[in-house]
Write a protein of this length. Sequence first.
Length: 127
Amino acid sequence: MTARRVAPPTRRKDATTVRAGYNRGSPASARTPRHLLMQYEALYWSMACIVATALLGGAVCARASSLRGSLAGTLALSAAAGCVAYGLASAGAFTDYAPILGVASFMFCMMISSAAALVTRRLLRRP
């Protein structure tokens, strides 16, 4: 018995995908419009800045004399980061998502800066 070769099924291209130039076999960057990539790239770099600010702020706030002072400093830093994120998002391309981005950056900054402050306090207090 000989095996029969069967041709792979062909996909019919939809008129909208042909007009828009999207192709299923191409990478995601070829399917996504360029202005959306630039907006999400800006969102990515802004979150990277939030992380850097939180780490640096947590390390600075760890120098406070008490634990309460350290955590109050991280709370103030996080509130400032949330307000800045809300202000920048409401003026940019993510206007619809400005409140959730502000709250998310506040919570994100609070968690990271508190952890950085606690770890730095422990490292500084070691004999």
